[in-house]
Ligand binder design. Structure first.
Ligand code: SF4
Length: 237
């Protein structure tokens, strides 16, 4: 092949790749808008592939258009929830874990961090983690309060759950759900309604409902008058 032909072929291939990426972005943007506006997920695997492959670039674009980069993680979480919902529902609850972040704790929490178990809640009742622990035990989940994403991996390596339900800020949750899929672990996730380093909040009612996926008929619903009213689904300082 002479030099001119080589560069001509290279130019055509590059042009083809650019057009394909532009088309993928265009299709994914339309699918993302449908998901956000109508809560309808179409071609979830195409959308997830685009988000996972061009994660940083799409975040920058979202930021440029004033949408806030949380929207990208929100879409990733929603799609993973949809993709794994049925397989998660099929997993026996004794093979499931619930993982929540330590930022839900009360600032005066007396619990200590165990290098293998995470934060070992003493059930003092000062924060919502007490209710999460009790509901997890009632349903049969193993329950962990963790200081960060790397701790989640440590737990999954050790416990080898078949399914994991995670609660975290949008970014950490999307990343953790992505990582756990590599461990053949069926994932579900609920983002915090208020994130940050401390005094974060979770929608307790929504979480309790979604933890019952696949076991709705076997175990009665918890009376939400108790935990929801007592802690208002939040931590306090
Ligand atoms: S209920 Fe909350 S504040 Fe009390 S020990 Fe458990 S995590 Fe700490």
């Amino acid at each position: 092949m002479n030099t001119a032909l080589f560069y001509e072929t290279l130019g055509k291939v590059s042009f083809g790749i650019i057009i394909a990426i532009a088309l993928l972005f265009l299709i994914s943007t339309v699918l993302g808008i449908i998901l956000i506006k109508k809560h309808k997920i179409i071609l979830p695997k195409v959308l997830l592939f685009t988000i996972d492959t061009f994660y940083l670039q799409i975040k920058k674009l979202a930021h440029m258009f004033g949408m806030g980069d949380k929207i990208v993680d929100y879409i990733g979480i929603e799609i993973r929830n949809k993709i794994y919902a049925q397989r998660f529902a099929n997993i026996d609850v004794k093979d499931r874990i619930l993982v929540v972040p330590q930022c839900l704790r009360h600032l005066k929490c007396p619990a200590r961090l165990d290098p293998n178990l995470g934060v070992t809640c003493k059930e003092c009742g000062m924060c919502v983690i007490n209710d999460l622990k009790q509901e997890s035990e009632r349903l049969g989940y193993r329950f962990y309060v963790v200081p960060g994403g790397t701790f989640v991996e440590r737990i999954v390596k050790r416990v080898k759950p078949k399914a994991a339900f995670g609660v975290a800020c949008h970014r950490d949750l999307n990343m953790a759900m992505h990582g756990l899929a590599d461990w053949k672990c069926m994932v579900q996730g609920l983002p915090l309604i208020k994130d940050g380093c401390v005094q974060t909040e979770v929608d307790l009612k929504e979480l309790f409902n979604r933890m019952r996926l696949g076991i709705e008929d076997a175990i009665p619903e918890v009376d939400m008058e108790c935990p929801g009213d007592k802690n208002t689904s939040k931590t306090s300082s």
